[in-house]
Design a protein around this ligand. Structure first.
Ligand SMILES: N#[N+]C[C@@H]1[C@@H](O)[C@H](O)[C@@H](O)[C@@H]2O[C@H]12
Length: 446
């Protein structure tokens, strides 16, 4: 029976826009996700995060759920426009008070706070001036980060500068499925550069402020497998690995964008993001941990397509989630091993892993999400194998504590260990809640 180390951290994760609601309450400024979700046609089920799980008003009930779950840590994000409604300058004290109360309740419950500084809800006022394409946003983020390090200098266990900068850059600025909804690859490249710079400035501020705790960044990483052993498919897989994984891993840990991707983008006629030697050093300064969000792998082969010339495949023999993602637990082992060996991070936390299922209460009001238990078990066993082989993994966070607003899918995708009835906002613990409660308590996966 695989046991995790006694000091291994088990937690759950959420994000501000996805659970808080109170989108325009107590002085909070508009975010790009408020604007994006309020724009007809952007959200598949037509819902918004205006209310979501109403966590802003129910956070004490939710901390009680965390305490019952018994987690060692709770990962949440701070809404930048709830702190700085215009992005910088005037502080919204009521917004700061909310997070002071939340962190205080977590401390009372003996739960370590893990804070994500940026989980996609940029103040709209900054977007109006170009958003992440604009150097001003980089500076404003550094100010925002420093302010939070000063405000919570001793209370936070882990600080995560950015959540999934790849999604912010390419889903938000190239694919257009996320806020701000741009479809411009050159913009996406510039945004990825500026996100990395803002990360570097935040780490620098963290060190200067002598803030307690640890600081890192969270990347969504996926193993990329060639559809066949043909040279073309192998090269297509390498290109995708560069696009999805190495584009951020290399600057953060090797101080350079991956050369093969720069050459590829140049060949495709894109202006390349420029970094001075000083900026490269700023981005690649040591961090205390790497956060990895893992959900699935990618299987690719040579294909058409204006930029990457790849085709994605869904292996017919695999099972898929409600998001259409392949269930591939070995991928978690593969990515942790690869990152550990190739990039040697100081420490690793799996900051998200979970599955969307069409959960619904039965006639007795219970939710038997056995598939989620199976998913979490198989991924924890894969992770345990990597830990057993010496990979520096110190924790694992389930996505998510509760069902929440799933970005472009709205409220239609359920990832939670806790079901949320969006009509009554009642929370209902699923079978997976009780299963994970046992894992957390015993540090054992059975
Ligand atoms: N989609 N999906 C689920 C989950 C999303 O809800 C999180 O906000 C992201 O950090 C990451 O994409 C993963």
């Amino acid at each position: 029976m695989p046991y995790f180390p006694e000091d291994f951290i088990f937690g759950v994760a959420t994000a501000s826009y996805q659970i808080e609601g109170a989108w325009n309450e107590d002085g909070k400024g508009e975010s790009i996700w408020d604007r994006f979700a309020h724009t007809p046609g952007n959200i598949q089920d037509g819902t918004t995060g205006d209310v979501a799980c109403d966590h802003y008003h129910r956070f004490e009930e939710d901390v009680a759920l965390l305490k019952e779950l018994g987690v060692d840590a709770y990962r949440f994000s701070i809404s930048w426009p709830r702190i700085f409604p215009e992005g910088r300058g005037r502080v919204n004290e009521k917004g700061l008070d909310f997070y002071r109360s939340l962190i205080g309740k977590l401390q009372e419950a003996g739960i370590k706070p893990v804070v994500t500084l940026y989980h996609w809800d940029l103040p709209q006022k900054l977007q109006d001036k170009g958003g992440w394409e604009n150097q001003e946003t980089v500076e404003a983020f550094a100010e925002y980060a420093r302010f939070l390090f000063q405000s919570f200098a001793k209370e936070v266990f882990l600080w995560i500068t950015h959540n999934e900068p790849w999604v912010v850059s390419f889903v938000g600025h190239y694919e257009g499925r996320h806020a701000p909804g741009k479809r411009d690859f050159k913009s996406a490249l510039q945004v990825s550069r500026n996100l990395l710079l803002s990360h570097g400035l935040a780490v620098q501020a963290f060190r200067e402020e002598k803030t307690l705790g640890s600081i890192g960044i969270t990347l969504n990483l996926t193993p990329v497998h060639p559809f066949s052993d043909s040279e073309e498919d192998i090269l297509a897989a390498k290109r995708c690995d560069g696009y999805f994984n190495r584009w951020f891993l290399d600057p953060l840990f090797k101080g350079e964008f991956p050369e093969d991707m720069l050459l590829w983008y140049e060949k495709k006629g894109f202006a390349l993001p420029q970094l001075s030697e000083e900026e490269k050093s700023l981005i690649a300064q040591p961090i205390d941990f790497l956060g990895i969000n893992y959900y699935f792998r990618r299987v690719v082969g040579k294909g058409e397509g204006a930029i990457f010339e790849v085709e994605f495949f869904n292996p017919p023999q695999s099972e898929y989630t409600d998001m259409g993602w392949e269930i591939y637990p070995e991928g978690l082992y593969e990515i942790v091993k690869r990152v550990s060996e190739e990039y040697q991070p100081e420490d690793i936390y799996i900051t998200e892993n979970g599955i969307a299922l069409p959960d619904q209460p039965d006639s007795k009001g219970r939710i038997n999400d056995q598939r989620r238990i199976d998913y979490l078990r198989s991924h924890l066993l894969a992770l345990h194998r990597a830990v057993d082989e010496g990979c520096p993994v110190s924790g694992y966070f389930v996505w998510s504590l509760m069902d929440n607003f799933e970005w472009g899918f709205g409220l239609s995708k359920r990832f939670g260990l806790v079901y949320v009835d969006y009509t009554t906002l009642q929370r209902i613990k699923k079978a997976s809640f009780y299963w994970y409660q046992k894992v957390v308590k015993s540090k054992r996966v059975d």
